[in-house]
Ligand binder design. Structure first.
Ligand SMILES: Cc1cc2nc3c(=O)[nH]c(=O)nc-3n(C[C@H](O)[C@H](O)[C@H](O)COP(=O)(O)OP(=O)(O)OC[C@H]3O[C@@H](n4cnc5c(N)ncnc54)[C@H](O)[C@@H]3O)c2cc1C
Length: 308
C-alpha cells in the first residue's frame, strides 16, 4: 500500500478537528497515515491522538511559531517520510502543499473533493467543472473540509522529532481577528449577506439567525467592497474563501459566477432574493422569492421553534 502522510491542520497552535477528515482521505489512498503536527510545544500533538493515524509525530521547531511557507516546508520535509502528503485546503495549507510539492518534485492536486485509490477529483474553472486525475506515485494533495467523515481510533500518543526550518519571514505585528465569530471556512452552516442587505447594520439579522443555528456569517464581495464594516475575512467566492458547509443560506446575493465559485459545492443551498430571476435560484435547492425583511423574521421564528 502507498505510504501516506497527513500534515495536521492547525488553528491557534492546536490541532484542528478537520485533521481527522484528512486521515480518512489518506486512507482512501493508502495505509493508515503518519500524522505530522507542526508545533513549538510537543504536547499539542496529543490533539491528533485517536484520529485514526498509524503514527503521530510532533514536529517541534521554532520555525512553526508563525507561518512561513518556505520555513515550514523545509522543517516538515525533514521529518516526513516519502509518500503521498495530504494537507487541508485552507489558503495557508494550499500554499504549504505547493511548497512541499516543489521541494519534493511531486505533482500537487489542490482542493480534492473525492478520492478513490489513485483517482483524485477536484473542481476546476471556478468550480464549473470537475477533473479526475490519476496519480501513479507519491503526490501532494490538499483536501477540502466537510467532504470526508472524521476518522477515529489509531495512535494514542505522539513521538517527538526536533526539526529546523530556514524562516525567511519575521512577523512585526499581529492584527486582531476581524471578528470573534465562527470563521466561514470552518463552519458547517453559513449564512451570507449581499448588497441586497441594504446596509451593514442589517447584518445583525443574519447574526441572530447564525447564533440560533451555530452558523458563521459570510458576505459577497459587493457587500465587503461597499461597506467597511463588513471585513474581507467574511467574503465568500473566487477572491474570498471557499466554503463547503452542509447548509449555505444566501440572502440578497444575486449569484454571480465569482460568488458561486466559493460556495457551489455546499450540500444544500437556500437562496432568499426579491428577484425571481436572480441567477442564485438556478443553483439553490430551496428558493424564497421575497425581500429579506419579509423572509428572515419568519425563517428565524420557524428555526427557533424547531430547535427549542
Ligand atoms: C475578478 C473578480 C473576482 C470576484 N470575486 C468575488 C468573490 O470572491 N465573491 C463575490 O461574492 N463576488 C466576487 N466578485 C463580484 C461578483 O461579480 C459580483 O459583483 C458580486 O458577487 C455581487 O454581489 P451581490 O450579489 O451581493 O450584489 P448584487 O449583484 O448587487 O446583488 C444584490 C442582490 O440582492 C437582491 N436584493 C436587493 N434587495 C433585496 C432585499 N431587500 N431582499 C432580498 N434580496 C434583495 C437583488 O435582487 C440582487 O439579486 C468578483 C468579481 C470579479 C470581476
Amino acid at each position: 500500500m502507498t505510504q501516506t502522510i497527513v500534515i495536521a491542520e492547525m488553528n491557534n497552535n492546536a490541532v484542528h478537528p478537520s485533521t481527522a477528515e484528512l486521515v480518512t482521505a489518506a486512507m482512501a489512498i493508502g495505509d493508515a497515515p503518519t500524522v505530522i503536527v507542526p508545533c513549538t510545544d510537543a504536547s499539542v500533538a496529543n490533539g491528533a491522538a485517536n484520529m485514526g493515524a498509524g503514527t503521530v509525530i510532533a514536529a517541534k521547531s521554532g520555525a512553526f511559531t508563525h507561518y512561513d511557507a518556505g520555513g515550514w516546508a523545509e522543517a516538515l520535509d525533514a521529518v516526513a517520510p516519502p509518500g503521498t502528503v495530504i494537507t487541508g485546503a485552507s489558503p495557508q495549507s494550499k500554499d504549504l502543499a505547493a511548497r512541499i510539492a516543489a521541494r519534493r518534485n511531486l505533482a500537487v492536486i489542490q482542493d480534492a473533493v473525492a478520492i478513490d485509490g489513485n483517482s483524485i477529483t477536484s473542481p476546476v474553472y471556478s468550480g464549473k467543472a470537475m477533473q479526475t486525475v490519476s496519480i501513479s506515485g507519491p503526490a501532494v494533495v490538499s483536501v477540502r473540509s466537510n467532504v470526508f467523515a472524521a476518522s477515529s481510533g489509531g495512535a494514542t500518543e505522539a513521538s517527538v522529532i526536533d526539526t529546523d526550518g530556514n524562516v525567511a519571514t519575521s512577523v512585526a505585528e499581529f492584527m486582531a481577528r476581524a471578528s470573534e465569530r465562527l470563521d466561514v471556512g470552518e463552519a458547517n452552516i453559513v449564512i451570507s449577506g449581499g448588497r441586497g442587505m441594504g446596509s451593514p447594520d442589517n447584518f445583525v439579522h443574519l447574526e441572530s439567525i447564525a447564533d440560533t443555528l451555530g452558523a458563521a456569517v459570510g458576505a459577497s464581495r459587493a457587500a465587503v467592497d461597499t461597506w467597511e464594516a463588513i471585513p474581507h475575512a467574511m467574503q465568500v467566492g473566487q477572491t474570498g474563501k471557499t466554503v463547503n458547509p452542509s447548509l449555505y443560506i444566501a440572502v440578497g446575493i444575486s449569484g454571480a459566477i465569482q460568488h458561486l465559485a466559493g460556495m457551489r459545492s455546499s450540500k444544500y443551498i437556500v437562496a432568499i432574493n426579491k428577484d425571481a430571476d436572480a441567477p442564485i435560484f438556478q443553483h439553490a435547492d430551496y428558493g424564497i422569492v421575497a425581500t429579506w425583511e419579509e423572509a428572515l423574521p419568519v425563517l428565524h421564528t420557524a428555526l427557533k421553534s424547531m430547535l427549542d
